[in-house]
Design a protein around this ligand. Structure first.
Ligand code: PLP
Length: 373
């Protein structure tokens, strides 16, 4: 019998269903003669703001890291923060979240995750606050909203900005009426090709209800120029290309379908995976999870991954080394973050991309259930 192979992700498969629309969008830009800025970018910004809701404005930028860097840089230019100030960050995150803080001369203050959600434990924020704390960087990791009344009340009590790293959670909710990207004071989006909505290259965006923040980000991303040949900041070049904006404008209307597809696969894993050696991610009936990754945990990670691959199932690890253990973050290597370390040792991401069908998910669950020590 020819054993089936379950790919973790193949970006060609992700874009294939929309290839006609995407090709039309690319041709439109090629034929327009407008390759920087212009109507394609403006149109994308408009539909992104509408999608996020909550009265936000959106501005396209070059990628997710730049989106985050520009938010902090804008707060510095606006006089809200200065180098040396502290930002509360989740210890369990992708390193880009932290790089945006350190790149601006701000100091990350690492806070442990809640082992149930793998996101920042909001009950631990307050005891990490000092007179220099200016912001909470919340990361909606793996697609799960990380925001609650404890976070908001702590931010209000100490006058802190809440900055959202929404690279992984576009479309996720908090209660019925609010979405990630409209929960804090400003939010960064990534449209890296592997994200739930991905471009054909690098792309990102910033959303905020604060139009001064948005106009500062826009200027900073365009050499610091507020109007042509007039520079109020020593800025950068972090613009979104119209070709990526056009591609994203044809993918964004399918966001709800993409969230539904991922939720269906997650619900199958939740229902069928039943192995005492494996713990499943928290599963709720709310809209607070868009399943960017379906992350199980096991103390037998290497054995499980080898077994799964032998049975045709590709997996990934997000992420094997936490930021404070990276060589570039040596000054934080003495921190005692046992929950973060345990997560880095035990997490395994299962296939949940467009390559995976509902039947595949049932089969993958059965294969996992046959894993033994
Ligand atoms: C992908 C990602 C980023 C960086 O986005 P890029 O577009 O790759 O620069 C930042 N934070 C998180 C949590 C991410 O997953």
């Amino acid at each position: 019998m020819n054993k089936k192979h379950y790919k973790f992700l193949d970006l060609k498969d992700v874009n294939a269903p929309l290839s006609n629309e995407i090709n039309d969008a690319v041709s439109r830009v090629v034929n327009s003669g407008r390759y920087i800025g212009g109507p394609e970018v403006q149109n994308f910004e408009k539909i992104l703001a509408e999608t996020v809701g909550g009265g936000v404005e959106a501005t396209g930028v070059s990628n997710g890291l730049d989106a985050l860097r520009l938010i902090f840089r804008a707060y510095i230019e606006m006089g809200e923060m200065k180098p040396g100030d502290e930002v509360i960050v989740p210890a369990n995150t992708y390193i880009a979240s932290i790089l945006a803080v350190t790149d601006n001369g701000l100091k990350p203050v690492f806070v442990e995750p809640d082992i149930r959600t793998l996101n920042l434990d909001t009950s631990l924020i307050e005891k990490h606050i000092s007179p220099r704390t200016r912001a909470i960087l919340t990361v909606h990791l793996y697609g799960r909203t990380c925001y609650d009344s404890t976070m908001q009340q702590t931010a209000d009590k100490y006058g802190l900005k809440i900055v959202e790293d929404n690279a992984q959670a576009i479309g996720a909710g908090y209660s019925d009426r609010r979405q990630t990207g409209a929960l804090g004071n400003a939010a960064a989006f990534s449209f890296y090709p592997t994200k739930n909505i991905g471009a054909l290259g690098d792309a990102g965006a910033v959303t905020s209800r604060d139009s001064r923040l948005i106009s500062t980000v826009k200027a900073l991303a365009n050499y610091g120029s507020d109007y042509r040949y007039h520079n109020i900041y020593q800025g950068l070049n972090c613009r979104l290309d119209p070709i990526q904006a056009a591609v994203l404008s044809c993918k964004l209307p399918y966001l709800a379908d993409e969230c539904k597809r991922r939720t269906l696969l997650a619900s199958i894993y939740e229902k069928y995976i039943n192995n005492p050696l494996v713990s499943k991610p928290l599963y709720t009936a709310h809209n607070d999870m868009v399943w960017h990754q379906y992350v199980i945990m096991t103390p037998h990670r290497q054995d499980l991954r080898t077994y799964l691959l032998e049975n045709g199932v590709e997996t990934e690890v997000h992420y094997p080394t936490p930021p404070h253990r990276q060589p570039c973050m040596r000054e934080y290597s003495d921190l005692n973050l046992p929950v973060t370390d345990r997560i880095a040792r035990e997490v395994v991401s299962l296939p949940i991309s467009a390559c995976t069908s509902a039947d595949d998910a049932v089969e993958i669950a059965k294969i996992i259930n046959n894993f033994s020590k």
